[in-house]
Design a protein around this ligand. Structure first.
Ligand SMILES: O=C[C@H](O)COP(=O)(O)O
Length: 251
């Protein structure tokens, strides 16, 4: 049984003061929910304060990226150990904005994943095709490459805390959600691939989230798909009331 994870990726939004205000409202709205995991990923600058404020609640803290090294001459980067100190448990890796705007490669993402796992943190590996790739019939090919390359060299045991997020690039921030059938088709494909690479048991236990214009209005039909185990929510996670409705599957 895979416990659903509803995760909010705030991207480059919210100051420390705004983060604290959000958490004070949000924790009341989701208190008592234990049958699914809830995570927010504020910007790096607000992580420490957020970690203090959510302590003792059912909200988990995520970061939006991490470097592979513990420390070193890597200007502008943040290490997994630094994130852990702030109370971070999950780290989003390979988000399409990192891949497409900042030029992160599959190999960089594999190394970041290694650093995150070594620190005892849980990676959320983002994968997804562009519109051009989908229209060219290359969706599965792209997903296969992203999964194989990011996970190469790891064993099923290394990856037992792995979460995957399928985020079709054409659905991110566009208001265009994949249909539940399109999401299910991609998730089923990825689960099959995980089965081939790491065994059926591993594939059955690994959570695959959907991301791309998730809203209170479409979360229930997405969650009704058998291979959709949660959501990675961008824009709609920025308002505590809206995100709490998504956590409650629209209710
Ligand atoms: O990480 C989240 C995704 O990029 C989805 O963003 P969105 O919900 O604003 O489309």
């Amino acid at each position: 049984m895979r416990k659903p994870l509803i995760a909010g990726n705030w991207k480059m939004h919210k100051t420390v003061a705004e983060t604290l205000d959000y958490i004070r409202r949000f924790r009341e709205l989701v208190s008592g929910i234990t049958d699914r995991e809830i995570m927010i990923a504020p910007p790096f600058t607000a992580l420490y304060a957020a970690g203090q404020e959510i302590s003792g609640t059912n909200i988990k803290l995520g970061a939006q990226n991490a470097h592979w090294a513990e420390s070193g001459a890597f200007t502008g980067e943040i290490s997994p150990a630094m994130l852990k100190e702030c109370g971070v448990q999950y780290v989003i890796l390979g988000h399409s904005e990192r891949r497409h705007i900042f030029g992160e490669t599959d190999e960089m993402i594999r190394r970041r994943l290694e650093g995150v796992l070594s620190a005892g943190l849980r990676p959320i590996l983002c994968i997804g095709e562009t519109l051009e790739e989908r229209e060219a019939g290359k969706t599965f090919e792209v997903l296969e490459r992203q999964v194989r390359e990011a996970l190469s060299g790891f064993s099923a045991d290394d990856l037992k805390v792995l979460v995957i997020a399928y985020e079709p690039v054409w659905a991110i921030g566009t208001g265009k959600t994949a249909t539940p059938e399109q999401a299910e088709e991609a998730h089923r494909y990825v689960r099959g691939l995980l089965g081939e690479l790491f065994g059926k048991d591993f594939a059955e236990k690994t959570r695959i989230l959907y991301g791309g214009s998730v809203k209170p209005e479409n979360i229930a039909e997405l969650m009704a798909q058998s291979d959709v185990d949660g959501a990675l929510v961008g824009g709609a996670s920025l308002d505590p009331e809206t995100f709490a409705r998504i956590v409650r599957y629209g209710g």
